[in-house]
Design a protein around this ligand. Sequence first.
Ligand SMILES: *[C@@H]1O[C@H](CO)[C@@H](O)[C@H](O)[C@H]1NC(C)=O
Ligand SMILES: *[C@@H]1O[C@H](CO)[C@@H](O)[C@H](O)[C@H]1NC(C)=O
Length: 258
Amino acid sequence: MAISSSSSKLVFLLWVLGFMSVMSSAAKFDELFEPSWALDHVSFEGEELKLKLDNFSGAGFGSKSKYLFGKTTVQIKLVEGDSAGTVTAFYMSSDGPKHNEFDFEFLGNTTGEPYLVQTNVYVNGVGNREQRLSLWFDPSKDFHAYSILWNQHQVVFLVDETPIRVFTNKEKKGVPFPKDQPMGIYSSIWNADDWATQGGRVKTDWSHAPFVASYKGFDINGCECPISTNAVDNTKKCSASEGSLLLLLSVSTGVGRK
Ligand SMILES: *[C@@H]1O[C@H](CO)[C@@H](O)[C@H](O)[C@H]1NC(C)=O
Ligand SMILES: *[C@@H]1O[C@H](CO)[C@@H](O)[C@H](O)[C@H]1NC(C)=O
């Protein structure tokens, strides 16, 4: 008797937790992010956020706050079938002409041909650090976790917690490193058929629109920068915070994992 009553309590608890985790995606999005353009191309269907691209518009969302150091993760299921000409991006960026930016760009392809993931890092407005890689899975079949981790030592791009690129702080050798501009977190889908797929030879086939990227599992673990506080004070606050210590630990374990 005792066993069956505690196991039914357990089942009930799991049911409640399961329910909460289904509910939390939309709630978490609303807490952290907001649609930034083409609001009619951004929608929640169940627990999944959808961004749509058609011949009228793409769409995007951005974080409500800016952060100085942190780790952000979203789970994305990329456009299925024919995604040629489309680019879905997940990135962090600061504002202004000398901005910093850390990009994941997913370059679509014709049906059955592989996506490419392009990463890039801009420091003080200068990019040209593109790297391209093929994933070890089809990113349009399932959700996978994409993360950007940023601290004073490095910027790490992770796919399902596996680091795929590390941009190390080499300031001691005179290479600039982004560390004093607060950054927002963004995602968008747009048409880039002049360059994205097979060097721009394959154009977007609009008869296959709308192209839909799906999102869930929104997470930001970072040092938030109040807009009312000046940059120098924010840098002090975020450099000193316990949060950045924890992030340091999570980098070293994250990079070690293979
Ligand atoms: C956009 O696509 C719709 C549906 O395929 C089509 O009816 C319409 O003519 C297109 N508009 C333009 C400007 O290409
Ligand atoms: C698309 O598929 C072609 C043929 O497999 C491949 O060469 C190319 O790298 C793929 N990705 C992109 C984005 O063009």
